[in-house]
Design a protein around this ligand. Structure first.
Ligand code: ATP
Length: 264
């Protein structure tokens, strides 16, 4: 499902956080959202997930302005794993937590038990958490929780995924596994990634945010130039496609020779 973010302005506590952001993701694209700490990535995801209303500009998913859809209809289109966990509280089991993803599909006519069960079962299996199904969510490790939250988002059967640092708590193999899984679902995805190597390897396009504006966007190698890596991230590095087809970053012996980036 296509995502369009159009001239988005967000102000939080009178502090302008996003200043005219435009983003396009075509159906099936995995778009990496990268940028230094505080550049506005999480705020942008919240706006796409309809949890912050913009001061100006808009977000359309599948051609519809998300604020013209009901909250339930918007949630059937977009599923999120956000940094504060859009976390479950209380003592739910893993299966119950994943089943929360079905809530947007429960209308006045009640539940479709068989379809719900299938969606939950499939998501639990895809995310490799079957062995945890009866555990309390609250008892899980950080990485296990990330997998369960992704399973909940997949059980939602939304056609747009927004992921905020999904790979944060994951060990290196799990990072590869989950990004490969997300690619394999073919779901349009906007993912905040701090790890530029993972972003370069898995994403179709990158969008770079800095100080609340998009400073670059497009195919990975067009975006991750040495000049941008120095100017925006403050590191001396370059990106290159290797013979195996994978784009990798190489950092200078002392990556900090690029000099400190300008602070706010
Ligand atoms: N409620 C708020 N009031 C004022 N400023 C805020 C508020 N929430 C966030 N900000 C500021 O907005 C800016 C962008 O924050 P955001 O969390 O979107 O950045 P980020 O790129 O996701 O950062 P990080 O990589 O560190 O997670 C930061 O300077 C932050 O301090």
């Amino acid at each position: 499902m296509r995502l369009s973010v159009d001239r988005l302005h967000i102000t939080l506590d009178r502090h302008p956080v996003l200043d005219g952001v435009d983003i396009e993701a075509r159906p099936g694209d995995l778009v990496g959202l990268v940028g230094p700490n505080g550049s506005g990535k999480s705020t942008l995801l919240r706006a796409v997930y309809r949890s912050i209303r913009p001061a100006d500009g808009g977000v359309t998913v599948g051609g519809d302005d998300i604020w013209e859809l009901s909250a339930r209809a918007a949630a059937r289109r977009t599923a999120a794993v956000l940094q504060d966990g859009n976390d479950t509280s209380g003592s739910l089991t893993v299966t119950e937590t994943v089943a929360l993803g079905r809530a947007p599909h429960h209308g006045l006519l009640g539940r479709d038990g068989a379809r719900d069960e299938r969606a939950v079962r499939d998501a639990v299996d895809l995310c490799g958490v079957r062995h945890l199904a009866h555990r309390d969510y609250a008892s899980l490790s950080g990485g296990e929780r990330q997998r369960v939250l992704l399973a909940r988002a997949l059980a939602q059967e939304a056609r747009l995924l927004v992921l905020d640092e999904l790979t944060n708590h994951l060990d290196i193999r799990a990072r590869f596994e989950l990004l490969r899984l997300i690619r394999a679902t073919g779901t349009t995805t906007l993912a905040v990634l701090h790890d530029l190597d993972l972003a370069a390897r898995f994403c179709d396009h990158l969008v770079v945010l800095d100080h609340g504006t998009v400073v670059a966007g497009g195919p990975v190698l067009d975006v991750l130039t040495p000049a941008l890596l120095a100017e925006v991230f403050g590191v001396a590095a370059s990106a290159r496609r290797h013979a195996d087809g994978v784009v990798r970053l190489t950092y200078a012996a002392d990556p900090l020779t690029a000099g400190p980036r300008a602070m706010h």
